[in-house]
Each structure stands twice: as structure tokens, then as C-alpha cells.
Design a protein around this ligand. Structure first.
Ligand code: AP5
Length: 213
């Protein structure tokens, strides 16, 4: 199965992708995670991407497209994959389509997670992430047992530099301008399904699974 998760920042793409990855035993490909790892390691890619990410802007298409092309050719993707955070605009979607045609593959499902802006702000300003294992916490809805440290591995919890109110508003603006047109793109391709993504994570997961053929 090859699946795309669409949705605004904080819609729960990463949360649902991790659960889908376990259920269907296919890799999760998160462009955000790959870019953050590159920034952490201070690679050439990370150095180019950081300014855009910190400003809430999209990283240039050529960088993310070549990154995705390289990733989906890897062997573990033969069984399928979940794209989390890619594509983000029409150019990326067209390039993905082109690449998949070359590989004689198609996308089976595009799941669009919908959440209102107020909920997004609440989720992202309260989020912290483990710097070691990537587990996510929320100061109100899912606080860690020990303040500042991960329940699972004891790693240090960090707030993402782009999870401040000003940058979140910019990310939402970029989402409206660049990513929302993908809903029409994938409606035309006949594989867009929308899930209301507010409420318990497990309930949303169950809706997502029902939508997947
Ligand atoms: P990226 O990492 O993709 O960030 P994003 O799209 O802004 O999404 P988030 O990771 O913030 O949220 P999410 O939808 O995954 O939600 P999550 O499950 O974490 O991108 C970051 C940056 O990288 C971009 O701004 C850009 O610069 C660059 N980039 C990435 N991809 C790119 C591309 N293709 N092209 C160009 N640039 C690119 O959940 C959020 C929080 O809510 C968590 O705390 C979680 O625990 C909580 N939560 C989840 N579900 C629920 C629920 N049902 N109820 C309550 N809380 C919930």
C-alpha cells in the first residue's frame, strides 16, 4: 500500500503515520523528520533547510523532491510506504506522480486530516518531543511523568523551534496557499478521503483505517 497523509501542521499526520506503520508494516517517510535530522547533524541539506524551517516556509522543492526520489527507491519501500508531509504543493505532487509512473507504481490512498486552527495552536504550542526516540508529549493532554524527560527512554524533551505562535501562524498561511490546492489535485485523481481529525487518537486511527481500501 502506498499512502499520502495530507493536513495542516498539527493535524496528527505524524501520530497517525506511526500507528499505520505498525499496523501495515510499511515505512513512514516524513520529510519533516528527515530534514530535522539533517539540521541536527548539520549536513549540507540541513544547513540549506534550517532557515526555511525556522521561518515556517517550505524548503525549496528541488531539495525535498530529490530526497523523496532517493528514499522511495530504497528496498524497504518495495512493500509500500506512508508519505507524511510530502507532497506539500502541486509541483511536488506532479514530480511524485512522474517518479511513480517511472517505477510503474500508483498511490492507493490520500487521507486528508482536517482540524481547525484553534485546536492546531493548542496542540503545537504545548507539544514537546523526545530528542532521542521522537516520542511526543503535550503539556496538558499528555504530560510526561517526569517534567522535561521522556517516559519511554528518559531522553530530554525539546520544543521544536517552529512550534511558537508566530511561526505556527506562518505555517498555517503556507499550508493554505501551497498545500490546500492538493485537495483538488487528488480529488481529480480520485483517491482523496477526508477524516475529521479532532477527538481521541485511536478513534481517528480507526476512521483512517476504514477509509483505506
Ligand atoms: P513537518 O514536520 O511536516 O511539520 P507540519 O506539517 O507542520 O506538521 P507537524 O509535524 O507539526 O504536525 P503533524 O500533522 O505531524 O501532527 P503530529 O502528529 O505531530 O514540517 C516541518 C517543516 O519542514 C515545514 O514547515 C517545512 O519547512 C519543512 N518541510 C517538511 N516537508 C516539506 C516538504 N514536503 N516540502 C517543503 N518543506 C517541507 O501532532 C501534533 C501534536 O498534536 C502532538 O503533540 C500530538 O501528540 C498531538 N495530537 C495528535 N493527534 C491528536 C489528537 N487527536 N488530539 C489531541 N492531540 C493530538
Amino acid at each position: 500500500m502506498r499512502l499520502i497523509l495530507l493536513g495542516p501542521p498539527g493535524a496528527g499526520k505524524g501520530t497517525q503515520a506511526k500507528m499505520l506503520k505498525e499496523k501495515f508494516r510499511i515505512p513512514q517517510i516524513s520529510t519533516g523528520d528527515i530534514l530535522r535530522e539533517a539540521v541536527k547533524k548539520n549536513t549540507g541539506l540541513g544547513a540549506r533547510a534550517k532557515t526555511f524551517m525556522d521561518a515556517g516556509q517550505l524548503v525549496p522543492d528541488d531539495l525535498v523532491i530529490s530526497l523523496i526520489k532517493e528514499r522511495i527507491w530504497q528496498r524497504d519501500c518495495e512493500v509500500g510506504f506512508i508519505l507524511d508531509g510530502f507532497p506539500r504543493n502541486i509541483v511536488q505532487a506532479e514530480k511524485l506522480k512522474e517518479t511513480l509512473v517511472e517505477m510503474n507504481l500508483v498511490i492507493n490512498n490520500v487521507i486528508n486530516l482536517e482540524v481547525d486552527a484553534e485546536e492546531i495552536l493548542e496542540r503545537l504550542t504545548g507539544r514537546s518531543t523526545c530528542s532521542d526516540c521522537g516520542n511526543m508529549f503535550h503539556k496538558v493532554s499528555h504530560p510526561p511523568k517526569t517534567n522535561g524527560f521522556c517516559d519511554s527512554c528518559g531522553g530530554k524533551l525539546e520544543q521544536r523551534p517552529d512550534d511558537n505562535e508566530v511561526t505556527i501562524q506562518e505555517r498555517l498561511k503556507v499550508y493554505e496557499q501551497s498545500t490546500v490546492p492538493l485537495k483538488e489535485f487528488y480529488t481529480k485523481e480520485e483517491n482523496l478521503k477526508t477524516v475529521k481529525a479532532k477527538g481521541p487518537v485511536e478513534e481517528i486511527f480507526s476512521h483512517v483505517c476504514q477509509m483505506i481500501e
